[in-house]
Ligand binder design. Sequence first.
Ligand code: FAD
Length: 489
Amino acid sequence: MRRVVIAGGGTAGWMTAAAIAKTMGRTVAVTLVESDAIGTIGVGESTIPPLQIYNRLLGIGEAEFMRETQATFKLGILFDHWKQVGHSYFHSFGMTGKDHWAAGFQHFWLYGREKGHAQSYDDYCLELIAALQGRFAHLPDNRMNYAYQLDSTLYARFLRTLAEKEGTRRIEGKIAQVELDGASGHIAALSLESGERIEGDLFVDCTGFRALLIEGALHAGHDDWTHWLPCDSAIAVQTESVRPAVPYTRAMAHDAGWQWRIPLQHRTGNGIVYCSRYLDRDAALERLLGNIEGQTLTQPNFLRFAAGARRRQWHRNCVAIGLSAGFMEPLESTSIHLIQRAVLRLLRLFPEGGISEADVAEFNEQQDADMLQIRDFLILHYKATDRRDSPFWRQCADMPVPDSLAHRIELFRETGRVFRKNEELFAENSWVQVMMGQGIMPRRHHPVAERLSDEELDQFLSGIRESVERTVASLPEHAAYIQHYCGAG
Ligand code: FAD
């Protein structure tokens, strides 16, 4: 396993190349083939906190990364009109309040509510309040948990420089054919339209929705989840910035899907995600353009997709990473994260001595688990809603959901309990914020909350709120902080 060939040079291709080249050094030869004529998908701007770790592993300095990708900080997502039209809630990256070992903070807040404490659950979360006030700073001990909003085309370009510096060979050209070895069924080589032939031992399919290797050549199969995640279309457009960038992404539901707004340093990313069964392309475009701020900087980018996952993301000597491995809509900004998870997993299971079926099975099992957990979290946003104002929302509210999610919703509704399972991406705080934000209010709280006297409860709750208020008041304005941080970097 000395020759790694990466097909495709979008965010997935260059994230893979940079990490393998950096980690494995000259022990493997990395070649990446991409076609400028085909180009990349050109969207993917909102991320989640683990990207910090990825950049650190690659030795990337944060200020330089932010300058190169025009990134802003992100403290979470503001969801408008999801529970009902006119209602908003925030899913933040932080912790809310303080947990007790026996019960999450929500139990104390629920008990407090019963006792007449009227403050919102939001008031107990530092990242959430900082986001809504447009403030940000790095705090000691990583007390402020954050991610980035970035230009993914610039990120791929940045990683390309890094990967090439570490020895990755880039070949420009269109893959015309994927050659299989007759005996093993493994991929033997990629033939380019130019006539060039690229042989390899391990192939990474980063060809995006085309999935040229994993599906086109190896027919790994695809699980369809469109009955749970029915949006199948998007239109993206970039606009000029008209106000200082806020440290959060906005997801505004409409009657057949939702719209994103992602502020970067130099511009704003916008897009509408919708279900083509209920909204046609012209109406979707009109709706998008009617709800943007500032002049458009690009032509609309029309995209089609189907929610689902490749049945085997590692099959024979080919690993699919990025859109070729599957796709779920960008509601919780999870795609780039799934690339990161797959790349790190591949490195841990790197088949230096040849492909072992045990490695392949382990990789596929872990990838599947990631995707299923994220899938459930996304479905929750559509299922738990009071909206019945359009056929789209009625379909979502009526749909049966996977048993795993149905159980979670029921447990939370009855008892206020929710558990993070098997190192899943979204921890308890995320589930609580989204479930309550979407309107699922628990019927009970854990009795441990009642061990506090009225006075102790009052002190406990007000102490957290005041600490959040004090800290947020001491933070600088987000856009000014970036200017200082990147300029000084
Ligand atoms: P692509 O960018 O499509 O790259 C494919 C590569 O393969 C290109 O280099 C292309 O040239 C090459 N290629 C294809 N065929 C050939 C061929 N025959 N020969 C040679 N080269 C070939 N993710 C997030 O994390 N956050 C978001 O906010 C987010 N928003 C999104 C919004 C929408 C509407 C969509 C659809 C996706 C979004 N994503 C988001 C996902 C994100 O865009 C992708 O995960 C990410 O860009 C990786 O894409 P990719 O590299 O797999 O594919």
